[in-house]
Design a protein around this ligand. Structure first.
Ligand SMILES: *[C@@H]1O[C@H](CO)[C@@H](O)[C@H](O)[C@H]1NC(C)=O
Ligand SMILES: *[C@@H]1O[C@H](CO)[C@@H](O)[C@H](O)[C@H]1NC(C)=O
Ligand SMILES: *[C@@H]1O[C@H](CO)[C@@H](O)[C@H](O)[C@H]1NC(C)=O
Ligand SMILES: *[C@@H]1O[C@H](CO)[C@@H](O)[C@H](O)[C@H]1NC(C)=O
Ligand SMILES: *[C@@H]1O[C@H](CO)[C@@H](O)[C@H](O)[C@H]1NC(C)=O
Ligand SMILES: *[C@@H]1O[C@H](CO)[C@@H](O)[C@H](O)[C@H]1NC(C)=O
Ligand SMILES: *[C@@H]1O[C@H](CO)[C@@H](O)[C@H](O)[C@H]1NC(C)=O
Ligand SMILES: *[C@@H]1O[C@H](CO)[C@@H](O)[C@H](O)[C@H]1NC(C)=O
Ligand SMILES: *[C@@H]1O[C@H](CO)[C@@H](O)[C@H](O)[C@H]1NC(C)=O
Ligand SMILES: *[C@@H]1O[C@H](CO)[C@@H](O)[C@H](O)[C@H]1NC(C)=O
Ligand SMILES: *[C@@H]1O[C@H](CO)[C@@H](O)[C@H](O)[C@H]1NC(C)=O
Length: 500
C-alpha cells in the first residue's frame, strides 16, 4: 500500500512541475513532426500534447491511488468476514461492487457492509481527477508579465540647442515637414518599438509608461471677446464675395517674448464662429506607450510647467524652435469659401494642407471645424510633440542631434500563453491524497486486527473454505447460508451453526 502510494505521488509532482514550466509560455501549434530534434521546448508546448500529457499524468496518479484504496478495501473485507456472520449472497455482492459500486448488487452489499461500499466508491471516484486536474492549465489570451526594458524617451529638451553651426542659420532649417505630416494625418508619428519580441512566438502587446517634459500649447477660448462679425462678414475679392473659414495670426512679440498664435474659424453651414488664443508652454507629459500590431501613445496627463519665452527671430533652444514652427505652420494656412458670383467658380479654397482632425470636408463641400477648437489645437500641438518618440525628429545641432535618450523602465507584456492555476491542481490532488491516506490508515488498522495482510486471490478463498466444518455443512450450503471467518490469522470460513 505504502509503496504504491509513494509511486502515486510521482505523477502528481511531475504534473505540477510540467504545468509550472508551461506557465507563461506561449502555446505552439506546430505539428509534432520533428519530435525533439531542436530541443523539446517547442513540442512540450504543443496544445494537443499538453492536453494528452496532462490527462495521462492525472490518469496515472488516479489509477495508483485507486489501487491503494482497493488494497485497503481488501483488508476491510476480511475484517468484515471475521467480525460478523455474513450470507454467501452478500459475499457475492461485496465481490461485485469491488469493480463497480453502482452494480445491481449495491443494495445487498450495503446491508452487508457499508464500509466496503464506501471504499469502493472512493476508489471509483478517483477517476474524477482526470476530469478536474487538467483544468489547472488554460490558454489565456491576456497573460500579463512585466520585465525591465530599455526604451527611448525625450531628454531634457530645454538643454538642447537647435543649431550651433556657423555654416548655417536657423531660418533655413525648420520642423515644418513633420508638423505638416502630423496635422494632415490627424495623428502623431508612430513611436519606436523597443520591445523585444522573443518572449512569445505569437502576437504580443507591450506597454510602458514614460514621463517627459516637452513643448505644447495652452489655448484659451476668446470667442466672446473677439470681433466675430469682422471675420464672418464676406469680403469682395475679384468680383466674388468670399468668406474666411480659417485664419491664424502671430501677434507681434512685445516685451514678454511669449510665443502666441491667434486662431479664428467659421463653420459656414452651422454659422459657428470660434476664436482661440494659444500660447507655447512646456508641459510635463505622462504617457502610456503601447505596441502590438500598431503603436499608440496615450498621454493620460499633461500639466503646464512654464511658458516658453524666446525671441522668435533669434531661436536657440529646441522647444522654442519647435513651437515656433507649429505656429508658423498654422499661420501659413488660409481657408476661404469663394462665392459664386464672378468667374472664379465656387467652393473651398485652401492652402494644400489637409486639416486632419481639426477640420474636415463635408460631403456637401462645406468645411466643418471641431466643436471645441481649444481642445483641437492643444491636441494638435500634443500630437506634434508625441511624434518625438518616433525617433524621426532631430535637433539641427550636428554636435548634439539626439532628442531621445535611453532609459530603463518596466515593460508590461500581454500575450497568449498557458496560465497555470496551482490551486486547481492541488485541491483535487490534495483531497484525493488525503482520502487515500485515511484509507491507508483504515487498511493498516484492519491488517493489525486481522493479523495478516489479506488479498482477494482465489487461493486465499480456497484456503479459507478448505476445512472440515465447511465440508460437513456441504449439504446445507446455499446462498442464504450465513458464514463467518474465524478471528485468526488463517481466517478459516465456516457456516454459523444455527443454520443447520
Ligand atoms: C534642463 O536643462 C536646463 C538648461 O540646461 C536646466 O536649467 C534644467 O534644470 C534642466 N532640467 C532638468 C530636469 O534637468
Ligand atoms: C557652440 O559650440 C561651440 C564650440 O563648437 C561652444 O563653444 C559653444 O558653447 C556652443 N554654443 C552653445 C550655445 O551650445
Ligand atoms: C541666414 O540664411 C539666409 C539664407 O541662407 C541668409 O540670407 C542670411 O544672411 C543668413 N543669416 C545669418 C545671420 O547667417
Ligand atoms: C491626435 O492624435 C490622436 C491619436 O491618433 C487622434 O485621435 C487625434 O484626433 C489627433 N488630434 C489632432 C488634432 O490631430
Ligand atoms: C469688427 O471688424 C469690422 C471689420 O474689420 C469693423 O468694421 C468693426 O468696426 C469691428 N468692430 C469692433 C467692435 O471692433
Ligand atoms: C470684375 O467686374 C468688372 C466689371 O463688372 C470687370 O470689368 C472685371 O473684369 C471683373 N474682374 C474679374 C476678375 O472677374
Ligand atoms: C487673443 O489674441 C489677439 C491677437 O493677438 C489679441 O488681440 C486678443 O486680445 C487676445 N485675446 C485675449 C483674450 O487674450
Ligand atoms: C528680437 O530680436 C530682434 C533681432 O535680434 C530684435 O530686433 C528685437 O527687438 C527682439 N525682440 C524683442 C521683443 O526683444
Ligand atoms: C493593440 O493595443 C490597443 C491599445 O491598447 C488595443 O486597443 C488593441 O485591441 C490591441 N490590438 C491587438 C490585436 O491586441
Ligand atoms: C455649405 O452649406 C450651405 C448650407 O447647407 C450651402 O448653401 C452651401 O452651398 C455649402 N457650401 C458649399 C461650398 O457647398
Ligand atoms: C472646450 O473644452 C474646454 C475644456 O474641456 C472647456 O473648458 C471649454 O468650455 C470648451 N469650449 C467650448 C466652446 O465648448
Amino acid at each position: 500500500m505504502g509503496v504504491i502510494f509513494l509511486l502515486a505521488l510521482c505523477p502528481i509532482v511531475l504534473h505540477h512541475f510540467y504545468y509550472h514550466y508551461l506557465d507563461g509560455r506561449s502555446p505552439s501549434n506546430s505539428a509534432i513532426k520533428s519530435f525533439c530534434i531542436k530541443g523539446c521546448s517547442n513540442e512540450l508546448r504543443n496544445q494537443t500534447l499538453v492536453s494528452d500529457i496532462g490527462i495521462s499524468l492525472a490518469y496515472a496518479s488516479q489509477t495508483l491511488l485507486a489501487t491503494v484504496i482497493v488494497i485497503a478495501a481488501m483488508q476491510v473485507f476480511w475484517r468484515r468476514m471475521r467480525s460478523r456472520p455474513i450470507r454467501i449472497s452478500q459475499i457475492d455482492a461485496l465481490m461485485n461492487i469491488r469493480t463497480n459500486p453502482f452494480s445491481p448488487s449495491f443494495f445487498r452489499a450495503v446491508r452487508a457492509s457499508f464500509s466496503l461500499i464506501f471504499l469502493a466508491m472512493l476508489a471509483f471516484s478517483m477517476s474524477l481527477l482526470s476530469v478536474f486536474v487538467p483544468g489547472a492549465i488554460k490558454i489565456s489570451d491576456d497573460f500579463v508579465t512585466s520585465k525591465q526594458c530599455t526604451v527611448q524617451k525625450p531628454r531634457n529638451l530645454t538643454a538642447v540647442n537647435v543649431f550651433n553651426n556657423t555654416q548655417s542659420n536657423s531660418s533655413t532649417l525648420s520642423y515644418t515637414t513633420p508638423i505638416i505630416t502630423v496635422l494632415s494625418s490627424g495623428s502623431y508619428l508612430p513611436p519606436l518599438n523597443p520591445c523585444n519580441e522573443d518572449i512569445s512566438d505569437g502576437p504580443i502587446q507591450c506597454e510602458y509608461i514614460i514621463d517627459f517634459t516637452a513643448p505644447g500649447f495652452d489655448c484659451a477660448d476668446v470667442t466672446a471677446t473677439s470681433n466675430s462679425s469682422g471675420f464672418t462678414t464676406p469680403f469682395i475679392f475679384q468680383n466674388s464675395s468670399d468668406t474666411f473659414l480659417f485664419q491664424a495670426s502671430q501677434p507681434p512679440q512685445i516685451g514678454d517674448l511669449e510665443m502666441q498664435v491667434s486662431v479664428q474659424t467659421y463653420d459656414f453651414k452651422r454659422a459657428v464662429y470660434q476664436a482661440v488664443n494659444c500660447t507655447g508652454v512646456l508641459r510635463q507629459y505622462s504617457t502610456i506607450v503601447s505596441h502590438n500590431t500598431s503603436s499608440t501613445i496615450d498621454a493620460f496627463e499633461s500639466s503646464i510647467i512654464s511658458t516658453i519665452q524666446a525671441n522668435a527671430s533669434q531661436l536657440v533652444t529646441f522647444p522654442a524652435t519647435y513651437i515656433n514652427d507649429i505656429i508658423s505652420t498654422l499661420a501659413g494656412i488660409d481657408v476661404e469659401m469663394i462665392g459664386n458670383s464672378g468667374g472664379r467658380g465656387s467652393g473651398i479654397s485652401m492652402t494644400p494642407i489637409m486639416m486632419g482632425n481639426i477640420g474636415t470636408f463635408g460631403l456637401d463641400g462645406n468645411m466643418t471645424w471641431r466643436d471645441n477648437m481649444t481642445i483641437a489645437l492643444e491636441e494638435f500641438a500634443q500630437n506634434a510633440t508625441l511624434s518625438f518618440l518616433s525617433g524621426q525628429i532631430f535637433s539641427f545641432d550636428p554636435e548634439d542631434p539626439d532628442l531621445l535618450e535611453s532609459t530603463t523602465t518596466t515593460c508590461t507584456y500581454t500575450f497568449t500563453a498557458y496560465k497555470y492555476s496551482p490551486y486547481r491542481l492541488f485541491v483535487p490532488y490534495g483531497v484525493a491524497v488525503l482520502v487515500t491516506i485515511l484509507c491507508i490508515i483504515w487498511g493498516w488498522s484492519a491488517i493489525r486486527r486481522n493479523g495478516v495482510e489479506e488479498s482477494m486471490d482465489f487461493s486465499r478463498f480456497l484456503r479459507a473454505v478448505l476445512n472440515e466444518r465447511m465440508y460437513e455443512a456441504r449439504e446445507y450450503l446455499d446462498k442464504n447460508t450465513k458464514v463467518r471467518s474465524e478471528d485468526t490469522v488463517e481466517g478459516d470460513l465456516a457456516p454459523i451453526s444455527s443454520n443447520y
